[in-house]
Design a protein around this ligand. Structure first.
Ligand code: ZN
Length: 132
C-alpha cells in the first residue's frame, strides 16, 4: 500500500521544528522538515506568506503523531472547561464521528485541502459533551 506524506504541523522557527521532530522520533515516527531554507532566508515574510517550517509525516502515523503533538497543534485545549459538567478533562477529537477520520484525511489529500480544515471537535471525556 502506498504511503502518503502529509503535514502534521507548521512551526515558526527551526528550533521549534527540531523539538517537534525530536518528540516524534522518540516515539518512532519518521518525519522530515520542509521549507527550512526558505524560512531561514526570509524570516520576515513567514507570517505574511503563511510560510514556516512544515513537519511532514507518513499518513499511517497521523493519529499517533496528532496525539503526541496535541498540545502544539491545539495549545488552547488546556484552558477549556466543559459547559455541561465543568470538567477540565477536555480532549480534542472527532467525537462520535471518529470512524470517519481516515476517510476525512483521504478526502483532504485528494481535494488538496489543508488538514486544518477538518475542524476536529473538543469534547469532554467525563460527560462526552461536544464543545464548539
Ligand atoms: Zn463534561
Amino acid at each position: 500500500m502506498e504511503n502518503e506524506i502529509i503535514r502534521i504541523l507548521t512551526c515558526d522557527n527551526l528550533t521549534e521544528a527540531h523539538l517537534v521532530k525530536g518528540r516524534l522520533e522518540n516515539d518512532g515516527i519518521n518525519c522530515f522538515l520542509t521549507n527550512q531554507n526558505f524560512t531561514n532566508l526570509v524570516p520576515m515574510y513567514n507570517n505574511m506568506m503563511g510560510a514556516g517550517i512544515q513537519i511532514m509525516i507518513e499518513e499511517k502515523n497521523y493519529e499517533e503523531a496528532y496525539e503526541i503533538l496535541q498540545d502544539k497543534i491545539n495549545p488552547q485545549t488546556k484552558n477549556l472547561t466543559c459547559p455541561n459538567c465543568g470538567s477540565n478533562n477536555i480532549k480534542l477529537g472527532l467525537g462520535k464521528y471518529k470512524g470517519f477520520k481516515l476517510l476525512n484525511i483521504f478526502i483532504a489529500i485528494f481535494s488538496f485541502l489543508p488538514l486544518g480544515n477538518l475542524k476536529p471537535k473538543y469534547f469532554c471525556k467525563d460527560c462526552k459533551t461536544e464543545i464548539n
